[in-house]
Design a protein. Sequence first.
Lengths: 501, 334
Amino acid sequence: MDLALAPETLARWQFGITTVYHFLFVPLTISLAALVAGLQTAWVRTEKEKYLRATKFWGKLFLINIAMGVVTGIVQEFQFGMNWSDYSRFVGDIFGAPLAFEALIAFFFESTFIGLWIFGWDRLPKKIHLACIWMVSIGTLLSAYFILAANSWMQHPVGYRINGEKGRAELTDFWLVLTQNTTLNQVFHSFSAAFLTGGAFMVGIAAFHLLRKKHIPVMRTSLRLGLVTLAVGGLLTAVSGDTLGKVMYEQQPMKMAAAEALWDGEEPAPFSVFAYGDVDEGHNKVALEIPGLLSFLAHSDFESYVPGINDTNEALQEKFGPGDYKPIVPVAYWGFRWMIGFGMASFSLGLLGLWLTRKKFLLPAAYRTGEDEVPHLVLLKRPLGSRLTRLYWLAAVWTMAFPLIANAWGWIFTEMGRQPWVVYGVMQTRDAVSPGVSQAEVITSMTVFTLLYAVLAVIEVKLLVKYVKAGPPELSDSDLNPPTKLGGDLRDADKPMAFSY
Amino acid sequence: MELHDVWFVLIAVLWTGYFFLEGFDFGVGVLTRLLARDRAEKRVLINTIGPVWDGNEVWLLTAGGATFAAFPEWYATLFSGFYLPLLAILICLIVRGVAFEYRAKRPEETWQRNWETAIFWTSLLPAFLWGVAFGNIVRGVKLDADFEYVGTVFDLLNPYALLGGLVTLTLFTFHGTVFTALKTVGEIRERARKLALKVGLVTAVLASVFLLWTQIESGDGAGLVALGVAVASLVAALAANQAGREGWSFTLSGVTIVATVAMFFLTLFPNVMPSTLDPEWSLTVTNASSSPYTLKIMTWLAVIATPLVLLYQGWTYWVFRKRIGTQHIADSVH
């Protein structure tokens, strides 16, 4: 069958489209849940109105976003069975368990407490209502943890044996699946990247309003929170990326060789800044390199040998029999660079912002600003001019989606870099697809999902823009006087609900 | 009782929980056309399930995830075999979730009307399709020696399964109607009770025929008991509704759902998906299940997590126990 329409190719495209799309919402949901919970905690503790307004503003954006995350997640639960039935049969004994844990522990948590939080403003006492958003936040983290454990098992299968009689892989050590170093590193990397994403989102939107000198007290607070989140998240993303990279050099040398377009092993190995090559011939025509750096990334020293694509391919052929064990090198190479580039661009913006808007440290007293003033951007001793100031705010607005791009490429890199394996060293992707599902069926579902997702993306973004522009809401009496009893104060039976669909 | 039998029961419990809970919120979705006279009443209906529909839907995700973990072969055959109907259900659930969350986020009338239309259709279709799916599971489908579904989508649209679809659709609508009577106040509550009688009678006729058909084709003694309970509780639910005992009529319509799902699973056991081509090719609790080790871990999970889930979900219903009427819906847009 024509490769472009082969069942494997179609099923992979569909998985790629639906999963990358789903993951646009996931990191924002994870980070915004925690950030909103933090803001609401600040309100409950200090009773300062700006915190409540910030909670309501970011909470609204969070809800618009999580709605999409939840519904696109439903597809994920079922598409292994739909398009990857042979995969499900072969590894369900292992792979199904984390999914069931995710549903029974995390999804119930998230969806039940989000309902309580959305509708609970006039039904729950302040602290219990606050506890609900924290529960949602815990739910999002647990959910990510279990699904990353499942994915890590595909990257580096552990705690299993092959049952020849039943023709499948079987779980022997669940604890190992949950705690192996691939899982822990992937979780660390994904969580920190999620906060990088949420931080950039918050900074961008705060910058949008500060540029227009609107909603200053709320946006000043948001800017600060966003910058700290962005800087800390960015730093941890870099650190965890480095450790995850070292784990990958051990476990999937092919992926990392492809990430560097390192065709033949070198000692010491250089880090490639730019390469253009011939994939069929297996070499680069143009290469700009930093000597020794790749050795450092792989093994923390500047001398060691790092095997190349061609060597690794031969080693894999020896181990698993004849075949081509190379992923699509340009995708791995550029995916790796775009992931790092876009992520670190946002991180740099955050670090710069944190310095420019410092409150007291090395800041001349004359440029310190009050609660209702837009902070000066002070590089050294004096504030930046109005053009440069404007440029910084605009840069923050225009780069706020950078981490989303970085996340998407990170996943494309790690998943496509693992090919031709669906479970590394255990099962190849071509053996994983549903044999009984027709080409027409896959094309139908892929078309329907793609169109639906495109329409929903337009709707979602427009809605986000509308609520971003509207700014933080004014507070009502009932906002400021939350109920003291569970179920709400029942004195006025006909009082409208604080929130209704 | 071996662990895979325990898991057969637990999967049945998860589907029962799903149909009991999402059953009434599908029903309420259908009522936005059937019962509501104006936009305000539509909003009353939608808000009776506002805080809970999402949690209800997780029962489905859990049933899916647990089937994957406990019966990988069943999961693989079911969802690759019922590909297009499942696709339709997924599309509906996606649009439905977004519709609830986004409907009130803009003031424009077309915007809100479009989402309301979406809520109606995306509640009606899955309510029907789940019955079709279970009708086919119970009746058996064309599975080959590798447990692959070799029929077409048209084989799934046989009279028995289509009747099953009508049963779940009407039963869920009835369940939603008595739920509405229980959760609303004012004129809509009275009309819900009147409508419940009509919907309940239609349901009773369809469900009796369908369940009898099931019993004659493949039922045994236990199935007959479940059938008896289902029909009796449906009749009792109608009586309670006429007597104005809304709590009882909701509970009893819930019992009807529980008994109906129980009958499906009792009829199935020890198969999980019978093959109509050769009984040897049927998926059973033994040949479809995971290893004892995985089942043991899953059992621990279920034993610890399920009571907690029931506890905090139950608590949510208690927090939002107040009846809702048009006076409780503010005009403002969120």
